[in-house]
Every structure is written in C-alpha cells, then in structure tokens.
Design a protein around this ligand. Structure first.
Ligand code: GAP
Length: 517
C-alpha cells in the first residue's frame, strides 16, 4: 500500500474554501439555486443532510435518551397567535432597521457603525469635519479609521486626525443621522432613523386572509415546551428538576442574513427547558448547564481552544432574565455566538398562565404550596454547529508519499460521532472477483448499522483523498493479503494520521462501537 508520511497543516481557513467545499461535495447548496437563490435559505445535500442528522441524533441521545431527567417533544411550527402575544414576540421580537432611501438597501442599525472625523487644527481646536460609516466586519474600527483618513485627504483638511470613536447606528442622535453617509451611496442624508422591524414571518390560517386569520411561523422552538408544560407534567411522570427538549425548524425574517448558514431565515434549533424549584440555586444550575453544553461541543469534535464564554452584561439583559451566557466559537469571520444558555426565571410559564387563564404550577409536597417553576434554557442552532465543525475540521495540507512525491490534500477532520460516512470500503482492484466479493460482503454487513460508502473507482490514493475531503474517519482496503494470507485482515487507513494497519472484521466493528456513539 502507498503510505503518506508528513502533513504540515496550513492554518488559515477562509469562508470561501468552506463554501466551495460545501457546494463541491454536496454538503450545502443555495436554496432555489436555479432561480438565482433566495437570500437566507439553504438546502442540505446528501452529505450535509447526513452530517446534520448526526448532529441532531448525538444531541438527542445525550440530552434526552441518556438522561433520566429530560423528555423530548415535537410541537407544531404554527401555534395559536396568542402564544406569541403572551411570550412578548408580537410586541418585542424586533431588530432595529435602517433604510437607505436612495439605494433601497436595508441594514441592521446595530451592525452599521459610524464615527465622526475629528481634526485638530494648528490653533489646537478640535472640530468634527464630517462622518464616516462602515458595516460590521472583523476590523470595523480599522475600516472607519481608513475611511476617516481618506475623508481628510479628499477634503484637503489641515491638522491632526483623531483616532476614530466607533458607535453603532442605534446610538446616533437625530442631528448625526442626517450627517452619516450611507454605506451604499457614500452620501449623508440617505439613511432613515432606525425603526423596529418584527422578525416573525406572518401567514394566514384557513380560507380567510384577514386580520382574524393571522398566524406566525415560530421564531423559536422554546414556546412549544412552555405551552405543553402541563401536558408533560400530567402525562410524563416527571419530577422537578426536569427538562423538556425539542429539535425543530425556526424562522426569522433576519434583516441581514449572512456568513453562509450562520445567520439564516430558516434554521433548526435544539432547545431544552430545564425546570427547577423556585427556591433552587438557579445560578449553580445555570453554570452546570453551561459546562454541560461546552463539553458536548467538545464531544462532537470542536476544539476547546476555539470555544469561549461570554456573559451578557446585567444592564443589557431582558427584564425577566437573571443571566445569559453564550458559548462563542471562533469562526473564520470572527468570534460569534454558538449556544446561548439563559436563566429565564418563571417569566414564560407566568405569561402563559396569565394569558390563557390556565395555572402553570406545580405542587410542592414538602411545603404543601403551589408554585411556578423557574427555567434554565440551553438553546443552540444545528446549522451553527454544522458550520463550526466544518470550519474547525477543514485543512489543506502538503503530504509526501513514500516515493517522495508531494501533493495537496484537503481534509475534513470531523469527529466519528458526526462524520456523514463512517467507513469507506475499497476493493484494491475492481476486476478481481475475490477482492470485490469480500469487499461487498463487508460493505453489506457494515451498512446495517453505519453510513458506509463503497468505492472501487480510480487508484487507491485518489480514493483516500476523496474520503479525506468529506471527513470519512476510516477507509478499509480489501487487498491481496486479505484473500491470500490467513486471518482475513484488511488494511485500515486512518484519515487524520494517514497511518495504516491491518485489522480483522471483529476488530473493525469493535472500533466503530467504541468511537461512533
Ligand atoms: N429560545 C431562545 C432563543 O431562541 P436565541 O439566542 O435567539 O435564543 C438560540 O437563539 C440559538 O439559535 C442561537 O444561539 C443560535 O445558535 C441559533 N440561531 C438563532 N438565530 C439564528 C439564525 N438566524 N440562523 C441560524 N441560527 C440561529
């Protein structure tokens, strides 16, 4: 067998290479691509849907099946519109929207930044000569500073330019709004003041399309757990503390969907509401769930070094929230929220009790009193995890084979837990009946339990490369030693180390049992 010997990793991963791989190998496509695509919507191809399903299954197994205190449910996407009034989404689920009146471009005000251009003249007097603006990026301050320098040059201003003081558009005063240039036209006076834009998608239920039939596509799965709380308590044999979990699609009419699948308009959430006693130590429970989520992300292959915690500032929390911590991931476009873990008090159950007139209480045997439980909510997007594992796993390397030839390999280091294909079965030659027969036999056996791939096309090195690129952790090659020597062994080739060793069928199944769970 030809062996690969060295693999220096090229560290920088660009989003362009991730998007290109996702398209080339059938992970993710733009939705409705043949019609030009629809911004903020994506399709998952054969490998992408397997990868997504594996992420969902790992979460469900670890969060629901392998715990005694959490049950799963699946609620409808369209719920009674009163749910969204009670939850506060009708009144408050909005982002601040800014229009450019000339270009018709729309921006989220908190993602549009500006700075005054302040120049100090020879007389020592600092004056604001104008404003510059830029959209949020990895280096917004740097971009604004360059824009301020170019502003000074173009206007031939004399004096010293002060370092820019960056603010977002929600902080702009009415006097500043008319002076800040639109990023689209470059002209001041083209931007409107920010206004609240509700992100829920509306639809109508039934034959009438008037106000009485308005309904919403859910913007989060969480409300399903609150609205069904009593049903689960009455039927599920659950006792506090306990959780209700759900995986499902959510929809948000995001003003600026971006960064590929990071922020889209249709996405999938995995949320769990963990109900605790009103007197329980919510802070300790919150911390435990933060750590559980962090460990879970590591268990599906995210490097610990790329995960950080961000505790929301007290003054920025919703009034009912006692604390929210986000697990952040270092994406190629910056460190961004991956998983939010919120302590929501008894706000949601309380709201639904008031709005529906149906108490959402639990009876405390110890105190003989009824109370509304409090909740800790870990909420994460499947698509964001999928993007994170693609970004963390992607590498381009130079490899040298045993003949000294150097070539490039693209490799996706996905955890065996979530890799779309677990094993590729490769007969060394496709026209040798004995090799093909043994390979087919092994393939069929593996297929009963695992996602496997059979490939008999091209030279063996090329076949390994194809599997490296889609993240297959192991290839087994059925070769002449398999059929000619005793022991019925195959060559097992590992994706990450590219090391090869001989393995029996029983050992292969044992390896899979241990690593794919
Ligand atoms: N029930 C609470 C809730 O929905 P959130 O922070 O709005 O909280 C939770 O959303 C998670 O859902 C986020 O941490 C993120 O992983 C994912 N998410 C939210 N909006 C998203 C979007 N537009 N596209 C993809 N994922 C999104």
């Amino acid at each position: 067998m030809s062996a690969d010997t060295s693999a220096p990793v090229t560290p920088a991963v660009s989003m362009d290479s991730i998007v290109a791989l996702a398209k080339r190998r059938g992970f993710i496509f733009q939705s409705s691509e043949i019609y030009g695509g629809l911004n903020g919507f994506f399709d998952y191809g054969p490998l992408g849907s397997e990868l997504k399903k594996n992420i969902r299954d790992c979460w469900w197994n670890d969060m629901v099946r392998r715990r005694d205190d959490i049950v799963g449910i699946e609620t409808s996407i369209i719920m009674h519109p009163k749910v969204w009034e009670a939850s506060g989404h009708v009144a408050g689920f909005s982002d601040p929207l800014v229009d450019c009146k000339v270009s018709k471009q729309r921006y989220r005000a908190d993602q549009l930044f500006f700075a005054p251009v302040v120049v100090t003249g020879a007389d020592g007097v600092a004056q604001t000569a104008g404003y510059v603006s830029a959209l949020e990026s990895e280096n917004t301050a740097g971009e604004l500073q360059s824009a301020a320098e170019s502003f000074k040059r173009k206007k031939a201003l004399q004096g010293t330019l002060a370092p820019v003081v960056v603010k977002d558009f929600t902080e702009a005063t009415p006097a500043e709004i008319v002076l800040i240039p639109s990023p689209a036209t470059g002209n001041p006076g083209d931007l409107t003041p920010p206004r609240a834009f509700n992100m829920m998608f509306q639809t109508n239920v039934g034959a009438m399309t008037d106000a009485s039939s308005v309904a919403y596509l859910r913007p989060e799965t969480a409300q399903g757990m609150f609205v069904d709380f009593k049903n689960v308590v009455d039927t599920g044999r659950v006792k506090l503390p306990f959780g209700i979990a759900q995986i499902g699609k959510s929809f948000r009419n995001e003003i600026t969907p971006r960064n590929f699948i990071f922020r889209s308009r249709e996405f999938e959430q995995m949320e769990m509401e963990y109900f605790i006693h009103e007197d329980a130590d919510w802070s300790q429970c919150h911390q435990e769930w933060i750590e559980w989520c962090r460990q879970w992300l590591i268990s599906v292959g995210l490097p610990e070094s790329k995960l950080t915690l961000y505790a929301h500032k007290k003054e920025k929390l919703a009034f009912y929230s006692k604390g929210t911590t986000d697990i952040m991931f270092e994406y190629p476009f910056g460190v961004q929220e991956l998983w939010g873990i919120a302590a929501r008090g008894n706000y949601d159950l309380g709201q639904h009790a008031t709005a529906s007139g149906k108490p959402q209480e639990i009876f405390d045997e110890a105190t003989k009193k009824k109370f509304v439980p409090h909740v800790i909510e870990p909420a994460v997007g499947v698509d964001r995890i999928l993007l994170a594992v693609l970004c963390a796993g992607y590498a381009e390397e130079d490899v040298t084979d045993d003949k000294g030839n150097v070539e490039k390999r693209t490799v996706l280091r996905l955890s065996p837990r979530i890799a779309p294909v677990k094993v590729a079965v490769l007969p060394l030659l496709k026209n040798k009946e004995q090799l093909v027969g043994r390979a087919r036999d092994l393939y069929k056996k593996l297929q009963r339990r695992y996602a496997v791939f059979y490939d008999d096309g091209g030279n063996i090195g090329k076949r390994y490369r194809r599997q490296d690129e889609i993240g297959t952790p192991w290839c087994v090659t059925i070769d002449f030693d398999t059929i000619e020597k005793p022991g019925d062994t195959f060559t097992l080739r590992e994706r990450d180390s590219m090391a090869q060793r001989r393995i029996t069928e029983a050992e292969l199944f044992a390896l899979l049992e241990e690593r794919v769970y």
